[in-house]
Write a protein that binds this ligand. Structure first.
Ligand SMILES: [Zn+2]
Length: 220
């Protein structure tokens, strides 16, 4: 009886998955055989299924692979569902290899809007650190870890002070560049079904671990 009451009182966590592009920033990058849009969408759908099976409430910022949603709107969708975490999925175009996690560490500004709030900046840092630590552990031996970095290390973030999706976010947000899609080895790993399942599973375990540690530490 007590256990049942405790179960009822336990908050169902909400994950907002944001598969990158198309947006006002563009169509993203592409490899030789798969686009960033397709890869982010496929990983998002696999992650959605896995998180639902873990009992999470999941909101995805797009209804279909090709749907164009602005980055402001994506943040507003995460805000509206009071997500415990907004997870943005992208792929990099660069000379290196592997994954990178980005988070806002200062306020940015776009069209007169400044954000995220200072309270959210304080909240998101330990969440991003836990998220990166867990993902690094889960992906060891599969994808190279390029570290946890500030939004300002991205092209858009360098211009605005933070990523647009971070500026409008009122919930903790991290962005994962899942791989370097212009790297042939990365592309071949993540365009395969088995590679996508491995990545989605690593992301699911990471979201669960991040939320569990946030809850036990009383951070959120
Ligand atoms: Zn992108």
């Amino acid at each position: 009886m007590v256990a049942a009451i405790l179960l009822c009182l336990a908050k169902i966590p909400t994950l907002c998955i944001d598969p990158g592009h198309p947006s006002e920033v563009g169509l993203g990058t592409r490899g030789r055989h798969i686009s960033e849009i397709k890869l982010a969408w496929q990983v998002a759908k696999r992650l959605e299924a896995e998180m639902k099976s873990r009992g999470w409430r999941v909101v995805v910022t797009k209804h279909s692979e090709g749907e164009r949603v602005t980055n402001r709107k994506r943040a507003e969708i995460a805000n509206a569902c009071h997500a415990d975490l907004m997870l943005r999925l992208h792929c990099d175009a660069a000379s290196g290899t592997g994954f990178t996690v980005f988070y806002p560490d200062r306020q940015g500004r776009i069209n007169g809007t400044q954000g995220p709030s200072k309270a959210l900046l304080k909240e998101v840092r330990p969440i991003a650190e836990r998220f990166h630590e867990s993902l690094s552990h889960e992906l060891r031996g599969f994808l190279k870890d390029n570290g946890l970095k500030s939004d300002i290390r991205t092209q858009v973030g360098a211009h605005h002070g933070a990523l647009i999706g971070s500026i409008f976010s009122k919930v903790p947000v991290v962005l994962v560049e899942m791989c370097v899609l212009t790297n042939r080895t990365d592309e071949s790993k993540l365009s395969s079904k088995i590679g996508q399942i491995r990545l989605a599973s690593a992301l699911a375990k990471t979201c669960a671990a991040t939320f569990e540690r946030s809850r036990t530490s009383g951070a959120r």
